[in-house]
Design a protein around this ligand. Structure first.
Ligand SMILES: NC(=O)c1ccc[n+]([C@@H]2O[C@H](COP(=O)([O-])OP(=O)(O)OC[C@H]3O[C@@H](n4cnc5c(N)ncnc54)[C@H](OP(=O)(O)O)[C@@H]3O)[C@@H](O)[C@H]2O)c1
Length: 253
């Protein structure tokens, strides 16, 4: 499937990977850009809208079901159909266990997990009826194990990956595609605050390129970059005792 002449919805489009996707896709597609920072979305529209294709910014907190419902009503008034939804909004906070704060878990799970589920709830009504549509959920390579200091984030991304896997098979009979994106480290405001080494970190533009090529090839799992995929596979295969020993040596908690 070539990403041309499509109506593409991107959540988390005001920054990082989502903004880079918008920059690349605006040249040949109509875009619906979703995030809380409406001013930034309008700026991205100004910078990227070409004569033929339109950009429609929509302010929405994806962790709030009513806001997602309202956003979808607005979108349906403008576009006959969404062809592809890239559900990319996400937050990540590190937390020392001594400063335990379940509020961070609520925000992380609310945005990363429910922020996908609320959008799926809206989209599948039309996708199932029309027997077409593609849902691209952004998870993370970090969802393969529990990483000290980022347990809420790792758990949220594990939930996203597992949920999308189930959904892919549930929607197969309706010809609705579900793809899971698992990036390694990408240089964005999310990772700019990290103080630990981030091997094989790539630019958001490069990440957007991987995602676009993955969607065009119809890959079920779009994981990148390769060296990080291999490292994470290796870490995932470690016995619990070995993993726990290595985790106990982590000085970046
Ligand atoms: N950067 C990495 O190394 C990396 C690695 C693996 C996976 N990922 C995943 O990739 C996705 C994009 O991350 P990024 O690195 O591009 O981060 P980013 O630059 O911080 O962008 C995050 C985006 O999510 C949006 N967002 C956050 N909370 C939201 C909410 N409640 N409602 C609507 N939108 C919300 C933000 O927009 P507003 O603040 O305007 O709402 C922003 O556009 C995330 O799902 C992240 O977990 C990133």
């Amino acid at each position: 499937m070539k990403l041309e002449n499509k109506n593409i919805l991107i959540t988390g489009a005001s920054s990082g990977i989502g903004e880079a996707l918008a920059g690349k896709l605006a040249k040949s597609n109509n875009l619906i850009l979703v995030a809380r920072n409406y001013e930034k979305l309008k700026l991205i529209k100004e910078q990227n809208e070409t004569g033929k294709y339109k950009i429609f910014p929509v302010q929405c907190d994806v962790s709030k079901k009513t806001e997602v419902e309202e956003a979808y009503v607005k979108i349906k008034k403008k576009f006959t159909a969404v062809d592809i939804a890239i559900l990319n909004s996400g937050v990540s906070y590190r937390m020392k266990v001594e400063k335990f704060n379940s509020g961070l878990a609520e925000e992380i799970f609310g945005t990363n997990v429910m922020g996908i589920i609320y959008w799926v709830e809206q989209l599948i009504k039309d996708f199932v009826r029309e027997r077409k549509g593609t849902i691209v959920g952004v998870s993370s390579l970090a969802g393969n194990r529990g990483y000290s200091g980022s347990s809420f984030y790792s758990a949220s991304k594990a939930a996203v990956s597992i949920y999308l896997e189930g959904l892919r098979n549930e929607l197969k009979k309706y010809n609705v595609k579900v793809l899971t994106v698992k990036p390694g480290f990408v240089k964005t405001p999310m990772t700019d605050k990290n103080k630990f080494p981030m091997p094989f970190i790539i630019s958001p533009e490069k990440a957007a390129g991987y995602i676009i090529r993955g969607i065009e090839k119809g890959k079920k799992i779009i994981a990148f970059p390769l060296p990080m995929v291999l490292i994470v596979k290796f870490i995932g295969a470690l016995p619990v005792s070995v993993y726990d020993f290595l985790a106990s040596k982590n000085k970046y908690e």
